[in-house]
Design a protein around this ligand. Sequence first.
Ligand code: ZN
Length: 470
Amino acid sequence: MDSTYSSGKFQHKGKTLTLNDAEDILADSRDPAELRAVWEGWHSIAKPIKPDYVKFAALSNEGARGLGFKDTGALWRSNYDMDPDAFAAETDRLWKQVEPFYKNLHCYVRAQLNDKYGDAVQKRTGPIRADLLGNMWAQQWGNIYDVVQPKGAASSYSLDKLLVAKGYDPIKMVKTGENFYSSVGMSPLPETFWARSMITRPRDREVVCHASAWNIDDRDDIRIKMCTKVNGEDFYTVHHELGHNYYQRAYKDQPFLFKNGANDGFHEAIGDFVGLSALTPTYLQQIGLIDQAPGAEEDIPFLMKMALDKIAFLPFGLMVDRWRWEVFSGEVTPDHYNEAWWKLRLKYQGLAPPGDRAVDAFDPGAKYHVPGNTPYTRYFLAHIYQFQFHRAACQQIGWKGPLHRCSVYGEKEMGQKFNAMLEMGASKPWPEALATFTGEKTADASAVADYFQPLNAWLTVQNKGENCGW
Ligand SMILES: [Zn+2]
């Protein structure tokens, strides 16, 4: 399944396209016919994965039952220090907290797409066409910022351009990331990190460029592997990947079984939390990338960019495993795999495919984590935890301004609490780890609402007269 996915290619206008090529077109093209063709082309590669996935699901369930679980979905849901059913309800509760904001964003973006493409391509009501959002899975919408940007409110700087203008190279990008962690009191990365990491794409061989972080010896041999480009996206990714490494090193003295995140959502949220500070104009000024942080008039464009990635992601982060839970439990049978996928895509994301899907299509297989069999709810959780960490950290440092301007750079006292949580690894139930840093014992998506409050208010005004929802 993995290799069918990663070697997937299809024909488009006489050319053979890989996923990379297809993703570039989805991001940059504004031609709905081309978008549809490329979207359908990539999804066609997943068709042959289906028979394998049917077999795989049965085998996987057999293994889960051997371990005493009802099915693989229950096994996955058992990793959160609570009853598997209670965990499912917990994710529903968190989703309900952010759903109104997502619907507000969906409504605004749909109206902009309707303005741009007209009714024949994107209606002003109902679901959004999944190929119009700048990303193969419509999981992050930042690539269509140009289509939806608030009128008359431009950003005065572009992080992409600043990094190039200030002479950043891939090493300097990673050094800058390290410097952030050092500023809150973490020890520098070991020499071996610099000697053994892969920071740029090697010239002499094919590699997997998808960014990842590793701890090779469960001690100090931490490394990242990425083909770092000098742009804002990779600037953020560096902070994300280093978060995994600092977490791994912080819990290295725990017994073997506890050398892990408090739960898998924590592992993804650590670097994202640091990234939330690292993207603020406050921080860019602190490290001399900009001379002066822009005024409040740039808050809405800034928050819009953040929301297109962070908020648009939430329902996708939830629905991937909702689908797999239904598959593993047998609630959805192989005949209905694709239908069930689109039912959930509609329910949570408010999306529809660009055209009717063939009866034998297997669209879930066109997303890496399904053939790759990586649980996905962790990313949903991480997108909530990171804002909770951020809000708590900003309270600790006595930040008085809006949350989206808060940078915890240089805050060593905050860093001590942060590190205390990291050092716990998986030795305590995750609510205790959460409380160690934030003082809160439950996951709380109200931090997301707090962070985006100005944008949500702005969207509500923009959406006046629109028929929101789908
Ligand atoms: Zn990660």
